[in-house]
Design a protein around this ligand. Structure first.
Ligand SMILES: Nc1nc2c(c(=O)[nH]1)N[C@H]1C(S)=C(S)[C@@H](COP(=O)(O)OP(=O)(O)OC[C@H]3O[C@@H](n4cnc5c(=O)[nH]c(N)nc54)[C@H](O)[C@@H]3O)O[C@H]1N2
Ligand SMILES: Nc1nc2c(c(=O)[nH]1)N[C@H]1C(S)=C(S)[C@@H](COP(=O)(O)OP(=O)(O)OC[C@H]3O[C@@H](n4cnc5c(=O)[nH]c(N)nc54)[C@H](O)[C@@H]3O)O[C@H]1N2
Ligand SMILES: [Mo]
Length: 731
């Protein structure tokens, strides 16, 4: 047979990944004799939805030697990872018995439900778990959004719209200036074709600036200028931009008068009338590290080049007071009249409403109890006595890289060890799976049929066609919960339909005209009308289309925030000094600010066990040559990165691509503590604090837990780095 031809027995199955990577691409899976032989991607009409390295490496993930093959029971201390094989019967009987025991003894609120982002699909995602536990009687759930929690709060108070503040990505080509502000879409996929659009923008000569403590891949690929600034200080720079714009009279006063409320209060703050401190570029220089003349030039360019797209990434809002970054960005967009117009950007989450499609529903949680995401270890360890809503006894964990992706990993490990019972559904022996008492093997998205809509930006829907039979003894979460519901007496309620019936119903809730064709092609392109410009109606016709805020306007000053009376969530956007920022006294012991962004090798913790992806680049801590020199660190040296929360061992990447005073460890490597608790995998979240951003998303409701916030704070830790001479190799 000549090379490069497809054997006649090969089926090409169109599908997509289920992972939470921020994109959705077309995969063409070649299957021969029931085995995936290779994976290609879109070669159809433009714009194609072409897969990245992760999608193309998926075959190695599906057939990974550490796929879980059968149900297992823990046979050593919890967390150590020793297990013995048991039957499905025994596994399910044990889980059902434990659930019943905990329900009868403590009530449903003693069950911590952790169902996260492993499968972002209609049928086999985390709703399988929420539906099961809520029908069973309830749970205590994790609340808040790790991705864009602070952006959502900012959008909610400012525009009355938490999520959909973005224009379609293609609309960037209508801009004359694009600011990539803490946004690295070359790596953190934010809609499949964002990179393609930015490449075209660059070719069209549109100016692109990058504001990031790191010289990111995006900066390298597209930017005309890189402006480094210290993490968590963006609002100081934005305030100084506002100062320049105001004192030079460059603001769009008509826009402000027509569409916004409370700008005067912001002006008073900027000019220093309210606090005696004008927010000059010189003032900001001290805080941000950005030279005053750079700020002046940046402000002038942003105010005079129209339309301009201020693209606020999610990175800077994953900091102590992340909401202020988003609220200040929205205010700059209003000052320059860039909201609701093609080529502009309203800042905020910067995503568009995806095309509609149905999905598995979960009834409301009967207990009404929840814990802010990052507070889960404290909620377990402290319980009611610590002000949390329940005393937790059992954790039910699915679709989750909990022990890698949540903040303060060591505290999480400690917390899991105190519970009475832990169940995990997983595909692999992950750091989270190791903590299970009963560990159940689940299928991958290639082993079942499902549907998906874009999670960040995009207008196409996907049909995930089953490519292969379930491997080993793996079952889907839906099948597992159905069997448990049988044992617990509510199977008819839990699973009244077959897979085929569910999917048919979900597609009926979409605009896809032809189900058969959809399934055959695996994709329905451009289901949503294009292009989208957020708030177009509100700006074009403000009388008929008020903003959904109390005043009907863009609320630069928010009465709702004023009523909260929280200094860290003030009624106008303000620079609020961060805990574990550069001026925190803790910086004397831990002088370096840690960034912990996503990696091109992984989707959060997923794919860390995929050798092809590991080959892309080594896992290293980025450190500036000045900081390295002070510590006697050479490129490639093994170092320790540490603070009071933990220690990781990792190799140093000495590079001017990161500013002095800041280091970077990408998140997602599989936590692997040695007997002394030193993490050999270089898991960034060993170092991050289990703290959330402060602005409550739903102030109307009673807040049953202390410090309920909405966002994560992955980029907000102080650390020190030390050379690790004695131990240059992993143990
Ligand atoms: N340091 C750092 N940490 C971060 C971030 C960061 O930027 N930096 N980002 C955070 C953000 S924004 C997010 S959204 C989170 C995401 O964090 P998680 O929601 O924890 O996502 P993953 O790490 O992808 O882990 C998903 C797990 O689900 C498993 N899985 C896949 N499919 C299925 C299935 O069908 N059933 C079951 N039961 N399991 C399945 C996978 O094998 C994998 O182990 O990470 C957060 N963590
Ligand atoms: N390859 C890949 N892509 C993904 C994902 C993935 O796991 N892998 N996950 C997806 C998901 S669920 C999400 S939520 C998004 C996450 O998307 P983001 O949250 O936007 O991603 P990050 O990589 O955490 O941060 C983006 C940039 O912000 C910078 N940054 C951090 N702190 C600051 C700051 O204080 N100021 C400034 N100016 N810059 C700062 C970082 O250096 C980084 O370059 O990515 C999505 N895309
Ligand atoms: Mo996310």
């Amino acid at each position: 047979m000549p090379e490069n031809t497809t054997p006649a027995t090969t089926r090409i199955v169109p599908t997509t990944c289920a992972d939470n990577c921020g994109g959705n691409c077309l995969l063409r899976v070649h299957v021969q004799d029931g085995v995936i032989r290779r994976i290609e991607t879109d070669d159809g009409p433009e714009p194609q939805l072409r897969a990245c390295a992760r999608g193309r490496a998926y075959r190695q993930r599906v057939y990974s030697p550490d796929r879980l093959k059968y149900p297992m029971r823990r046979s050593g201390p919890r967390g150590e990872g020793r297990f013995e094989r048991i039957s499905w019967e025994e596994a399910l009987d044990t889980v059902a018995t434990e659930l019943r025991r905990v329900l009868d003894t403590y009530g449903p609120e003693a069950i911590l439900g952790v169902a996260q982002s492993g499968s972002m699909t209609s049928l086999y995602g985390s709703a399988t778990t929420r539906r099961f536990l809520n029908l069973l009687g309830g749970q205590t759930v994790l609340a808040g959004d790790r991705s864009g929690g602070a952006a959502e709060a900012a959008g909610y108070y400012t525009y009355g719209e938490p999520f959909y503040t973005g224009n379609s990505r293609e609309d960037l080509l209508n801009s004359r200036l694009i600011l990539l502000w803490g946004w690295d879409p070359a790596v953190n996929i934010s809609g499949t074709n964002t990179s393609w659009v930015l490449t075209q923008a660059r070719e069209a000569g549109i100016r692109i600036l990058c504001l990031d403590p790191r010289y990111t891949d995006s900066a390298a690929a597209w930017a005309d200028q890189w402006i480094p600034l210290y993490p968590g200080t963006d609002v100081a720079l934005m305030a100084a931009m506002a100062y320049v714009i105001l004192t030079e009279g460059r603001q769009d006063q008509r826009f402000l008068d027509t569409y916004t409320r409370g700008f005067d209060r912001f002006r008073e703050y900027i000019l220093g009338q309210s606090d005696g401190m004008p927010k000059t570029p010189g003032w900001a220089q001290e805080i941000t590290g950005v030279p005053a003349e750079t700020t002046v030039a940046l402000a002038r360019e942003y105010a005079t080049t129209r339309p301009a797209a201020l693209m606020t990434g999610l990175g800077p809002q994953k900091t102590a007071c992340g909401e202020q970054f988003m609220r200040a960005g929205m205010t700059l967009a209003a000052m320059t009249g860039n909201i609701g117009i093609p080529g502009g950007s309203a800042a905020g989450y910067c995503v568009t409403r995806p095309p509609a499609i149905g999905g598995l529903a979960a009834p409301p949680n009967p207990t009404g109890r929840y814990v802010p995401h990052m507070k889960w270890p404290a909620a377990i360890l402290e319980g009611r006595a610590g002000g949390y809503p329940s005393d937790l006894k059992l954790a039910y964990i699915t679709h989750s890289g909990l022990m890698v992706t949540q903040q303060n990993t060591g505290k999480g490990a400690q917390a899991l060890c105190t519970l009475e019972f832990v169940v995990v559904h997983e595909q692999f022996m992950t750091p989270t799976a190791r903590f299970a008492d009963i560990l159940l093997p689940v299928t991958t998205c290639f082993e079942r049929n499902d549907l998906r809509r874009p999670s960040f930006e995009g207008s196409s829907l996907f049909f995930l066609n089953q490519a292969i039979e379930p491997l080993y003894q793996a079952r889907s979460d839906l099948e597992i919960f159905t069997d448990l519901a049988h044992r617990l007496g509510f199977a008819e309620q839990y699973a009244p339909k077959t897979e085929e019936e569910w999917l048919k119903e979900f597609v009926e809730h979409s605009r896809v005209p032809d189900l058969d064709r959809f399934q055959e092609e695996g994709i329905a392109r451009r289901v949503r009308p294009e292009p989208v410009v957020a708030f177009r109606e509100q700006i074009a016709d403000p009388l008929r289309h008020p903003f959904p805020t109390p005043s009907g306007k863009i609320e630069i000053y928010s009465e709702r925030l004023a009523a909260l009376g929280q200094p860290d969530a003030p009624p106008i956007p303000q620079y609020v000094e961060a805990w574990e920022g550069r001026s925190d006294p803790l910086a004397q012991r831990y002088p370096l600010q840690l960034l912990a962004p996503v990696s091109k090798k992984r989707v959060h913790s997923s794919f860390d066990n995929t050798p092809w992806l590991r080959e892309l680049e080594p896992h290293q801590v980025w450190i500036n040559p000045l900081d390295a020199q002070e510590r006697g660190i050479q490129p490639g040296d093994w170092v320790k990165v540490f603070n009071d929360r933990g220690v990781i061992r990792i190799q140093a990447k000495v590079t001017e691509r990161i500013m002095p005073g800041v280091v970077c460890v990408e998140g997602g490597t599989w936590y692997d503590p040695d007997p002394d608790g030193v993490d050999r995998a270089g898991c960034a979240n060993v170092l991050t604090k289990d703290e959330v951003t402060p602005m409550p998303l739903l102030p109307e409701g009673p807040l049953p837990v202390p410090s309920i916030g909405s966002g994560s704070t992955y980029h907000n830790s102080l650390v020190e780095v030390e050379k690790n001479d004695n131990d240059r190799r992993f143990g």
